[in-house]
Design a protein around this ligand. Structure first.
Ligand code: BGC
Length: 246
């Protein structure tokens, strides 16, 4: 089962493409649709079903979700409609698409992809991946093994959820300069470093393509801070990796 459909649900967009699991490469141009508003389960499931049908997909698929996922059930929904909480997303998406589906946290998926095919490949010890997007997602690895659902975007910094200060969407919404935003990211990473002492911190999300604008402005971290190499495709690839065996 080397070819698997990966679908990455974010607070802003839903992206999908078939993935070659031998190489981690997308097999076709990715398709992106906007996350429906309100992002209620039925509307998102319909979008996922349309995307799946668009690829004429009939074998297993993996789907990411921006919240804590336990056995396919959504436990938190910070940046999507609260009706998701308690929803069996695995069952919902399987029914809507007609194919067997697995569901995984979006940052965990992105981390799995980076650790297998990307910048984290072969890294031992503690590796922390942080995705800076609509929220801040986290994926923690110890010797390549994922500790799922870590949710480090919600630690408190200066009385606020870290993701309300240092996510990419906040940089855009508050029209922050790269310097100002990099200061916030720096403070957040220092905090994470105090807690976990990772050897490597991988910065993911779409903004990782522009890492030259902010990574050089970070100061004094012991960890090696590197941009993700799969950029925004990591979620799709990681989703495919999580799909049930067909
Ligand atoms: C959610 C996480 C998610 C992250 C990135 C956070 O608000 O709580 O589950 O991984 O956003 O989408």
């Amino acid at each position: 089962m080397a070819h698997v459909l990966g679908i990455d649900i974010g607070g802003t967009g839903i992206k999908g493409a078939p993935v070659d699991l031998e190489t981690g490469q997308l097999l076709a141009e990715r398709v992106k649709v906007e996350t429906p508003h309100p992002s209620v389960p039925e509307a998102v499931a319909a979008a996922v079903a349309k995307l799946t049908a668009g690829f004429e997909w009939t074998s297993p698929a993996g789907v990411t979700f921006p919240g804590v996922i336990e056995d396919g059930v959504v436990k938190t929904a910070a940046n999507v409609d609260k009706h998701w909480i308690g929803t069996d997303a695995r069952e919902l998406f399987s029914k809507a698409t007609g194919v067997p589906v697995a569901v995984i946290n979006d940052a965990d998926a992105a981390g799995l992809a980076e650790m297998k095919y990307g910048i984290g490949a072969g890294e031992k010890g503690t590796v922390l991946m942080l995705t800076l997007g609509t929220g801040i997602g986290s994926a923690l690895f110890i010797d390549g093994i994922l500790v799922p659902n870590t949710e480090f975007g919600h630690i408190e910094i200066r009385g606020k959820d870290a993701e309300r200060r240092a996510s990419e969407i906040v940089r855009e919404e508050e029209d922050l300069s790269w310097g100002k935003w990099a200061g916030r990211v720096d403070e957040y990473l220092e905090h994470m470093e105090h807690l976990l002492s990772p050897r490597v911190i991988i910065i993911g999300g779409g903004v990782s393509r522009r890492s030259d604008k902010f990574l050089p402005l970070l100061t004094g971290l012991r960890a090696r801070v590197v941009p993700a190499s799969l950029h925004n495709d990591a979620g799709i690839v990681g989703a495919a990796m999580a799909a049930p065996a067909g």
